[in-house]
Design a protein around this ligand. Structure first.
Ligand code: SAM
Length: 290
C-alpha cells in the first residue's frame, strides 16, 4: 500500500539510507497525501494505462501510480535513489526502474514493448529542467495521451498564457500547439521536503490528435516563434530578419506582415498561435514562388 506520502515515513526512509538531497537534481520530495491523490486523479490513470514517471525520488508517487496503472516506467537520474526505490516498490510487479537521464533516454523500446499505446506521463518535475523536459516530450515522436506535471506555479501560468501578456512566449505557444493545458491544483511550498522557494502548480496537458491550427511546416513555425521571442524587445520583422532563418529580404517579409493586417512595428508577443501559423504558411508560400 502507498505509505510514503507523509513527512514521518519519508524521513524514516531517508534516514535509513543516509540519503542526502542533491540540489543539482532539483530534489523536492512530496509529503502531502492529498496532493498526491489530486495528481493521480487529474492524470486519470486506469489499469489500461502505460505510465512514465520522471524522477520518482524515493517512490512516493510511484506507489500510487503502480496501484492504478497497468504498467509504470520510473526514470530516475540519481543512482543513490535506486536501492531505496527497490525497497519502496518491492511489492509491485508492474514497475520498471530505469537509472537514466530523462533528457538522454530513448523511450521508444518501452513504448513498443507495451503495444505502442499512447503514454501518460506523470511527474513532480525537477524544476531546473522543466522546459527542456516538456519541449522534449512534445516534440518527440512518442505517442502521448497526456502529461500531468508539478511545476513552478509561474511556469504553469506561462503554459496557459495568451498574446499580450508578459508571460506569453515560446513555451506557451508550443504547449498550446500540441495540447490543451489545464492547471488542476495549486500546491504550497510546505508540501515538500526540502521546501522550495516558490509555490507550485499541477498542470495537465491533454495531447491533441491534430493541432488546433493548420500549419504546412511546423518546423518553420517553431523557428519563427523562437526567433520572435529570442529578441522580445525587437519588432517581429527585425527579430526574424536578424535570425536569418527566412530566405527572403526584409521588404518581402514586411509585405507579408502588412498583408496579414499588422503594422510593420508589430511584436511577436502580439500574435496568437493561429496568426503565427498564418505567418509561417505565408512565408512558405512566398518561398515556393521564388
Ligand atoms: N517524484 C518525487 C516526489 O514527488 O517526491 C521526487 C520529485 S523531485 C522534484 C525530482 C526528481 O527528479 C528527483 O528524484 C531527481 O533526482 C530526479 N531527476 C532530476 N533530474 C533528472 C533527470 N535529468 N532525469 C531523471 N530524473 C531526474
Amino acid at each position: 500500500m502507498a505509505s510514503l506520502g507523509n513527512r514521518a515515513h519519508t524521513n524514516a526512509i531517508l534516514e535509513k539510507y543516509g540519503f542526502r538531497f542533491q540540489k543539482k537534481f532539483g530534489q523536492n520530495f512530496l509529503i502531502d497525501e492529498m496532493i498526491l491523490e489530486d495528481i493521480i486523479d487529474a492524470a486519470n490513470i486506469t489499469s489500461d494505462d502505460v505510465v512514465v514517471e520522471i524522477g520518482p525520488g524515493i517512490g512516493t508517487m510511484t506507489q500510487y501510480l503502480c496501484e492504478r496503472a497497468g504498467s509504470v516506467l520510473a526514470v530516475e537520474i540519481d543512482t543513490n535513489l535506486i536501492p531505496i526505490l527497490s525497497e519502496t516498490l518491492a511489492e509491485y510487479d508492474n514497475v520498471e526502474i530505469l537509472n537514466e537521464d530523462i533528457l538522454k533516454v530513448d523511450l521508444s523500446d518501452y513504448v513498443h514493448a507495451h503495444g505502442d499505446k499512447p503514454l501518460k506521463v506523470v511527474a513532480n518535475l525537477p524544476y531546473y529542467i522543466t522546459t527542456p523536459i516538456i519541449m522534449g516530450l512534445l516534440e518527440s515522436d512518442l505517442p502521448l495521451a497526456s502529461i500531468t506535471v508539478m511545476v513552478q506555479k509561474e511556469v504553469a501560468d506561462r503554459m496557459q498564457e495568451g498574446p499580450g501578456t508578459k508571460d506569453y512566449g515560446a513555451l506557451s505557444l508550443a504547449v498550446q500547439y500540441y495540447s490543451k493545458p489545464e492547471i488542476v491544483a495549486i500546491v504550497p511550498k510546505t508540501s515538500f521536503i526540502p521546501q522550495p522557494k516558490v509555490d507550485s502548480a499541477v498542470i495537465r496537458l491533454d495531447i491533441y490528435d491534430k493541432p488546433p491550427v493548420d500549419c504546412e511546416n511546423p518546423k518553420l513555425l517553431f523557428q519563427i516563434i523562437r526567433a520572435a521571442f529570442n529578441q522580445r524587445r525587437k519588432t517581429l520583422m527585425n527579430g526574424l530578419n536578424n535570425a536569418g532563418i527566412l530566405s527572403m529580404n526584409k521588404e518581402a517579409l514586411a509585405s507579408i506582415i502588412t498583408e496579414m493586417g499588422f503594422p510593420e512595428s508589430v511584436r511577436g508577443e502580439q500574435l496568437s498561435l493561429e496568426e503565427f501559423a498564418m505567418l509561417a504558411n505565408a512565408v512558405t508560400k512566398r518561398s515556393q514562388k521564388q
